[in-house]
Write a protein that binds this ligand. Sequence first.
Ligand SMILES: *Cc1c(COP(=O)(O)O)cnc(C)c1O
Length: 466
Amino acid sequence: MKRYQQPAEPFRIKAVESIKLLSRHEREQRMAAAKYNLFRLDAEEIYIDLLTDSGTSAMSNRQWAALMLGDESYAGARSFRKFEKTIKDIFGKKYVIPCHQGRVAENLMFSTILKHGQYIPNNTHFDTTRGNCLHKGGVPIDLPCADSASVEALPFKGNMDTVALEGFIKEKGTENIAMVIVTITNNSAGGQPVSMSNIREVSEICKRHGLMFYFDCARFAENAYFIKRDEAGYGNKSIREISQEMFSYCDGVMMSAKKDGLANMGGFIALNDRDLYDRLAELLILIEGFPTYGGLAGRDMEVLAVGLEEVMEFDYQDYRIEQVAYLGHRLIDAGMPIIEPTGGHAIFVDAGRYLPHIPAEQFPGQGLSVEFYVEGGIRTVEIGSVMFGGVNPETGEKILAPKELVRMALPRRVYTNSHMDYIADVAQRITNRKDEIKGYHITREPQFLRHFMCELAVCEPEHARA
Ligand SMILES: *Cc1c(COP(=O)(O)O)cnc(C)c1O
């Protein structure tokens, strides 16, 4: 069976960080003390933390060595030159704006180019991209391809709907569109990749209409791996060559380097437009720092220069994507329905389908997340009606999410395949008694982004009847 032949880790481990599994009794107590919200747990209380793949990568020995080479000069640091050279080579752009994380790149860009009321179409906006667009008076528009909603395991579900894009441009007029963005991989659509042919089409449409085309490319190397594996004509190309071709079609990129930078902090914009660079650099000096460090230490830029190269190594990506797929297949075998195919950085368990006895109003995703912690010390995140639900302020109607999911994001190079086996064993134990899992209700919630800090309680039978 091919699916169990996942490659062994293509690294050996030089430094270790201990993790501890608290007793079941302690886990039950901590979960109750955290009001059944996993964001309220301390990291020390967790055995395996799958909350996010952002900023959680393990650095290599070469990155740790590079750290000592950091040139912390205020202006013109050697470390910036290295960082800049690496980015110019991969992304093929002349100018680099460093910043401390991806959302600052978005803030700088939208503050500079966006006029009030202008649209920004994207395959699917990531939360911070959407938030920054709205904050600067723009209108974020999602145009995912039709396949993205299919339950079948189709390739390139992250694509943009190019017919819809063309129609949208004709309807709104180019003067009302600030730029077009393609997010690779499509994070909010489950880490699904975008094909080269789709990228080429979007680029061609933007050129024809004179629109700026940028990538939001936090996971560009994972996307390139999927193109190599699944798109005709790319099997013999390297991840670097594929990345270079992807970026040859765009005007520039915004990147959160906390993902495929294989580092714990960082981000940048790369572009060719000199005039735009000058305007961005001016704002950068005001809010982040001088254009040769922009919110990063010299050592951070050294680490990123190495990480951006390592992330394109075939053996690394093969292990990475196969590890995600391996966990997905083992969860299916443990009786948990997941979103298929597995994407680049996370598994999404369909808790709504898995726990049909818990109605969406009682948050089946939260119920399953709590269970993963209590049963195995594993932290996951609910992506369902706790996160996206609420009450419509005008009508008073309840809003529910389209799906009740639990996300397991895998940090890069951090957990071994034996950790994946452990997670699957926990999943099996949960399945064996899944009818006992209870729903939850919110007892206290803040006005915005309630999932981060809200408090919950178990639904007792009177709630079930209500
Ligand atoms: C993480 C992420 C961002 C935001 O980056 P931060 O570094 O967290 O500020 C933007 N877009 C995508 C697709 C991301 O995954």
